[in-house]
Design a protein around this ligand. Structure first.
Ligand SMILES: *Cc1c(COP(=O)(O)O)cnc(C)c1O
Length: 384
């Protein structure tokens, strides 16, 4: 059997016809040695690029010391990571629950919201994406992701995104939480309006509900701020993080206020949550992100690129949206042929829904690679 044979991999998602052998920063190498510029960064996992040397060194060192002990025990790796994370997080967030993925971080936030408020209702947004486990999937909007798995968890309602009146009308004294992305990622890169999150905060305060901002994709510098929500000036009760948080190692984190913890009347745990290896990688990733101020690079490169895409006036393009290096180019047609064409020219992009070309390049992408990618995308969009 060839190393590329993937028939054993359960067909639960569309497979792309590429098998990678290694990667370095923004470059991926397939099994034949062809090079690609990774402008999808594995759905936003790779803010620091592939095999970032500082993350690799931290993983190597931690692997020799201690890989894992259960969450009830402390490790120096976990304590250091939590301290580092809280030192850069929005100041009202003072507690961290660690887990292993974005879905798990969202599950945790939903469970904390219910157990801390004694209420059950959860309000999420249309086009929102919060993961694929049963609770997180109940907050996820897209029909194709939900189909075949119903009944999902009861108590979830979806309101149109960026409609402050609809949100205000939906939240009441039975609402445990409102969960929103500040930029909807999987839903096709839709940025929250300036007043939307402040209204969400206000209505949650009025009704005693919790505001959860899902920053699994927008966090860690992606949108031009370390946390996307900083731009809206709101203080959520909880933030969920995952994807790039540990520089490519699986991790999830739910950040909360002390009030969430003091009202929490339940029990929750995860065997691998707070795993020493992931925490060591996470500390290295955070130190790198903060020292290099990666969010500034995201803002600068993102603004240049969006300006260039808007200037194309390509007939295939309906709209260019985004924030920092989270960019969506909405097309008037299906995106898949464009993704294939770009891959054949050494540029890997991803979709966001069926007609949005989504770009989430590593924030460390070298200037020359990013210019090449932006040029190539421009040409492919202009000439097909
Ligand atoms: C990717 C994503 C998730 C789910 O993360 P997984 O690690 O795939 O479980 C949740 N929320 C948002 C906003 C995401 O982008």
């Amino acid at each position: 059997m060839k190393v590329e044979d993937r028939t054993g991999e359960f067909a639960a998602y569309p497979k792309r016809d590429l098998t990678f052998a290694r990667g370095f920063l923004a470059t991926l190498f397939d099994t034949e040695g062809n090079e690609y510029i990774d402008c999808g960064a594995s759905f936003g996992v790779g803010n620091l690029g592939h095999a970032n040397p500082e993350v690799v060194a931290a993983i190597e060192a931690q692997a020799r010391e201690l890989l894992h002990v259960g969450p009830p025990f402390g490790t120096t790796a976990k304590a250091a990571f939590i301290q580092k994370l809280l030192s850069v997080a929005p100041p009202t967030l003072k507690r961290v629950f660690l887990s292993n993925s974005g879905s798990e971080a969202v599950e945790t936030a939903l469970k904390f919201a219910r157990a801390s408020t004694g209420r059950t209702k959860i309000i999420a947004a249309m086009r929102g994406f919060h993961g694929r486990t049963m609770g997180a999937l109940s907050a996820t909007w897209k029909k194709e992701f939900r189909e075949g798995f119903e009944p999902l968890v009861p108590g979830f309602e979806h309101v149109p995104y960026n409609d402050a009146d609809a949100l205000t009308a939906a939240v009441d004294r039975e609402t445990a939480a409102v969960i929103l992305e500040c930029v909807q990622g999987e839903g096709g890169v839709h940025v929250a309006a300036p007043e939307y999150l402040p209204v969400a905060r206000e209505v949650c305060d009025r009704e005693g509900a919790m505001l959860i901002v899902d920053e699994v994709q927008t966090g860690m510098g992606r949108t031009g701020r370390l946390f996307g929500v900083e731009r809206w000036g709101v203080e959520p009760d909880m933030i969920t993080l995952a994807k790039s948080l540990a520089g490519g190692v699986p991790i999830g984190a739910t950040l909360t206020t002390t009030a969430v913890e003091s009202k929490f009347g339940g029990s929750h745990n995860s065997t691998f949550g707070g795993d020493a290896l992931a925490c060591a990688a996470g500390t290295a990733a955070l130190e790198f992100t903060v020292r290099e101020k990666l969010w500034e690079r995201a803002e600068a490169l993102g603004n240049q690129a969006m300006e260039s895409f808007r200037g194309l006036n390509a007939p295939a393009v309906r709209e260019v949206r985004g924030l920092g290096l989270m960019i969506g180019i909405e097309l008037k047609e299906k995106v898949t042929p464009y993704l294939q064409k770009l891959a054949s020219q050494g540029v890997l992009a991803i979709g966001g829904g069926s007609s949005v070309l989504r770009l989430l390049p590593p924030l460390v992408i070298p200037d020359d690679q990013w210019s090449y990618a932006v040029d190539t995308i421009g040409k492919v969009l202009s000439h097909g």
